[in-house]
Design a protein around this ligand. Structure first.
Ligand SMILES: *Cc1c(COP(=O)(O)O)cnc(C)c1O
Length: 401
């Protein structure tokens, strides 16, 4: 067997260095736990950026994968398959949607939504051809394609990747007045995360999304909520929009949609927006394949049937309250909703990276986001004793700092 160091060296030598992972080489996972190649166990407090909300290798989702893999994996959309319509029926019932468009990665769902709202703007709203504008937020994260990084405000994401796609206007997150000022007769949509995840779990001020919903309705602007990270139970509700009592016109989901077993994303919409797409105008070879659909159907079923969403609310509240009891000179703020939590460190704490390294040694895996934020987002199946385990490691590491 190759040693962990061997594998790390091999990856470093042969792979593009577009990530800087923690030096832990994982080989097995079960629920909230993962094991490295030397047999050491860790509590996963990242959940693959919220793509394994249902926990690692959930037995029922795994069984659905194995069963469907033995029957039919891919047909392309040139033909129909017997899983896609059932996936549509179940996701629509669950999320109160009317139309669905399945893709693979989150970025593709975002791209799909941008294409759909532009076409909607021309055909339904009456925006002159070529003039449609989409309003987005500063510090947002929506993926890594050229178009998406083109409207990112993160220099690391965009520098040296231009020229970029025009047609985007950036406003501050959480500022409804700025949104109102930015809306013009050419505005097709407002694309926004309910809670900014990659920015460091940034919650908007109370009432923001109600105001956003009103503005979008009043000005005939499509409200697109990117729930790729906040959705599917992460914040203690199926969709984070429920916390604000609003409904988006278009909702983007991905990540945990197929339980971490398979890449799958989807655009969920009212009739009007996805209704503008006609045969041949958009597609994906793998989008909506029967394997993805069978896995997603079970991943959604266990999320609901096994009470994971309620558990995220309960354990998230407990985790937050325990973190807020910590008295440490390096903690500036603790914030979050459900199991989407951030520990904001003071600027002179020496950066969050050394804390994620130390936590790894203490048996807890999490990742810094930007320089001074530690994000904690365990699988939604976490139990109180496991939150206590994480808290014990976190307080030990903070005491040592
Ligand atoms: C992860 C993420 C994406 C991109 O998803 P990929 O599958 O990595 O392309 C888009 N939006 C949000 C909010 C995300 O967290």
């Amino acid at each position: 067997m190759r040693s962990a160091q061997d594998l790390i060296d091999l990856e470093y030598r042969l792979g593009a260095r577009n990530y800087k992972p923690l030096d832990v080489v994982l080989t097995r996972g079960e629920g909230v736990w993962v094991w490295d190649v030397d047999g050491k166990r860790y509590l996963d407090c990242l959940s693959a950026y919220s793509a394994v909300n249902q926990g690692h290798c959930h037995p029922k989702i795994r069984a659905a994968l194995v069963e469907q893999a033995g029957k039919l994996a891919l047909t392309s959309r040139a033909f129909r398959n017997d899983q896609l319509p059932l996936f549509y029926e179940e996701i629509c019932a669950l999320t109160n949607s009317h139309k669905v468009l399945p893709m693979n990665s989150g970025a593709e769902a975002v791209e799909t939504a941008i294409k759909a709202v532009r076409k909607w703007a021309y055909e339904v709203k009456g925006v002159p051809e070529g003039k449609a504008d989409v309003i987005v937020c500063a510090n947002a994260f929506h993926g890594r394609t050229i178009t998406i990084v083109g409207f990112s405000t993160d220099p690391l994401a965009r520098t040296s990747f231009g020229p970029f796609t025009p047609g985007f206007t950036v406003v501050p997150f959480g500022d409804a007045a700025a949104l109102e000022k930015a809306i013009t007769p050419h505005t097709a949509a407002f694309l926004v995360e309910p809670i900014q995840g990659e920015a460091g779990v940034i919650l908007p001020p109370p009432g923001y999304f109600r105001r956003v919903r009103e503005l979008c309705t009043r000005h005939n602007v499509v409200l697109v909520l990117d729930e790729i990270q906040t959705g599917l139970g992460r914040t203690g509700k199926l969709l984070a929009e429920e916390h604000d009592g609003i409904e988006a016109d278009v909702t983007l989901i991905g990540k945990a949609l197929a339980g971490g077993f398979y890449p799958m994303s989807a655009v969920l919409s009212n009739l009007e927006v996805l209704g503008v797409l006609k045969p041949g105008e958009h597609g994906s070879t793998f989008g909506g394949n029967p394997l993805a659909c069978a896995i997603a159907r079970t991943a959604l079923r266990v999320l609901v049937e096994e009470g994971m969403i309620e558990n995220a609310a309960e354990q998230g509240a407990y985790f937050l309250s325990e973190l807020r009891k910590l008295r440490s000179p390096v903690i500036q703020e603790v914030r979050g909703r459900g199991l989407m939590i951030a520990l904001q460190l003071v600027p002179d704490a020496g950066g969050a990276r050394r804390f994620s390294e130390a936590l790894k040694d203490a048996g807890v895996l999490c990742k810094e986001t930007h320089t001074d934020t530690l994000r904690l987002a365990p699988p939604l199946v976490i139990q109180r004793a496991e939150v206590d385990y994480a808290m014990e490691a976190i307080s030990r590491v903070l005491r040592a700092a």
